[in-house]
Design a protein. Structure first.
Length: 148
């Protein structure tokens, strides 16, 4: 159990493989579910962080007439601190001011910065599934585009 707890505390991108576990049938069925629950918790934390920062960006725009040049402008007036990107080794979300709009994103489960290119899995025809974040997804989790 201690090994699993230590693994859960590692950044997603640097996590180690699941350690060997008991060979009984119940353990073999539960272990993959544990890994999926950990991923879902990280994804939920990511979505909540993106929402928090997006709301702060909108509040900043209402006060100043435009979006800030960088996220650090939001601290401490709109946020106590910037939330960490749960999928990054360190640091907050990435942000780009595009004048009348912005791009705010997490690097996502593949651990690569795709400059805000959203996860889009073309093997699905339904947009609900195409944009859904999954553990094997490629691309970035973009605020307002990708969801769990």
């Amino acid at each position: 159990m201690e090994i699993n707890i230590a693994r859960a505390r590692q950044p997603y991108i640097s996590r180690s493989p699941l350690p060997p576990g008991p060979s009984d049938i119940l353990s073999q069925q539960i272990r993959p579910e544990y890994d999926q629950m950990w991923f879902r918790a990280l994804n939920t934390e990511t979505q909540n962080g993106l929402l928090l920062v997006a709301l702060a960006l909108h509040a900043y725009r209402l006060e100043h007439g435009n979006y800030p040049p960088s996220l650090v402008e939001l601290v401490p007036s709109h946020l106590q601190n910037l939330p960490d990107d749960p999928f990054a080794l360190h640091g907050s979300f990435d942000y780009r001011n595009e004048g009348e709009k912005f791009v705010l994103y997490s690097i996502g489960p593949d651990g690569k910065d795709d400059s805000g290119k959203p996860i889009d899995n073309p093997k699905y025809t339904d947009s609900h599934y195409r944009l859904q974040v999954q553990s094997e997804s490629q691309g970035d989790i973009v605020a307002g585009v990708n969801f769990r």
